[in-house]
Design a protein around this ligand. Structure first.
Ligand code: AMP
Ligand code: MN
Ligand code: MN
Length: 324
């Protein structure tokens, strides 16, 4: 595969062997799943099942899923760590920069006979027994699609929908720097399964409740600019007041990054335990994954995140020190 670095080719052939030979699979992805997390999870599950495999999908925390992804198929089958215990041979972690991102499945992942780590984050900690990390891939969905294609596994419309959503969202609708000609070629192939791209766009991007819009207004009103940094925040109280779930606010950060003369956008979201879930978006030479790594998180140069118990002002001061 010309998309992959040499180093990964050996790992890839072993992963392919597992996908061909093994029967029982457990797939999981990161906490607070985004479109790529859910897309690669569901898409791979469908493709493996079409090969006669027995596949379970799990998420590490029983949090509501973003409503704008609920049109994806089979999400109601997702299991959680407080539920059943399975004994699959192969555990596949998708779109997870670190083991901790699996949340409640970490222990199961550690005990698995095979732990396959398929991801595209620069900060990936290579925690698997097999690791396929391709930072040039726009998304984990794109990467999984390529593996399945090389294996000759048949896709169907549902799997194509899942992978398309993963690619669409991780590339910011085919606009971010991770979008390549290859990404468009794959999207073309996926659309060929009969996808209604306009409907998908509406489901994902024009799916705000009125309260969500009003809360977004508050975030923008609160935004502050300090040099080339733009930042805002949202608290549990705000969420309760507007009756909006945390998972519905996934795309708010995209509105902060619209500012033409900011190099870094930061959105702080308060978690139920009082910690901050911090989203970073970097541009013009600001590598947000390096900043996130300092706080124990990770991601990509353009988009990264971390969770912290530090006060907001303290985080901002530390980051401002980095920027100057
Ligand atoms: P978000 O701000 O949650 O949309 O995340 C932006 C990017 O950073 C995504 O690629 C995430 O997978 C990654 N990311 C977010 N939080 C973390 C974390 N705590 N550890 C590692 N990667 C993260
Ligand atoms: Mn993701
Ligand atoms: Mn991704």
């Amino acid at each position: 595969m010309n998309l992959l670095r040499k180093k990964e080719e050996k790992e890839l052939s072993k992963i392919k062997e597992l996908f061909l030979e093994k029967k029982y699979f457990f797939l999981s992805t990161h906490l607070y799943p985004d479109g790529d997390a859910l897309g690669s999870l569901v898409g791979l599950a469908i493709a493996l099942r079409n090969q006669g495999k027995v596949v379970k999908m799990g998420l590490g925390e029983r949090e509501p899923l973003p409503p704008h992804y609920l049109f994806l198929p089979y999400l109601d089958e997702i299991v959680y760590p407080d539920g059943h215990w399975f004994k699959e041979e192969v555990f596949v972690a998708l779109d997870c920069a670190s083991m901790a991102r699996l949340g409640g499945w970490v222990e199961k992942a550690k005990k698995a006979k095979w732990l396959v780590n398929i991801d595209h984050h620069q900060t990936n900690e290579r925690f698997g027994s097999l690791n396929l990390i391709e930072v040039k891939s726009s998304s984990t969905s794109e990467l999984v699609f390529i593996i399945l294609k090389e294996l000759g596994f048949e896709l169907n419309k549902e799997a194509a929908l899942a992978f398309y959503v993963g690619i669409l969202t991780d590339t910011g609708r085919f606009q971010y720097a991770n979008t390549s000609a290859k990404t468009f070629e794959i999207a073309r192939e996926l659309i060929g399964f009969g996808l209604d791209t306009f409907q998908i766009f509406q489901n994902v991007y024009e799916n705000y409740s009125f309260n969500c819009l009003k809360l977004l207004g508050l975030i923008l009103k609160r935004a502050r600019k300090e040099g080339e940094l733009i930042h805002s925040y949202l608290t549990q109280r705000d969420l309760a007041k507007f009756n909006v779930g945390l998972s519905e606010t996934e795309n708010y950060i995209d509105f902060l990054r619209l500012n033409r003369d900011s190099k870094l956008a930061i959105l702080f979201k308060e978690l139920p335990d009082g910690n901050w879930k911090v989203s970073l978006r970097g541009k013009k030479g600001v590598y947000s994954h390096l900043i996130a790594s300092r706080f124990g998180g990770g991601g990509h140069p353009g988009a990264a995140g971390f969770t912290t118990s530090l006060p907001r002002r303290k985080v901002l001061n530390l980051i401002k020190g980095d920027l100057i």
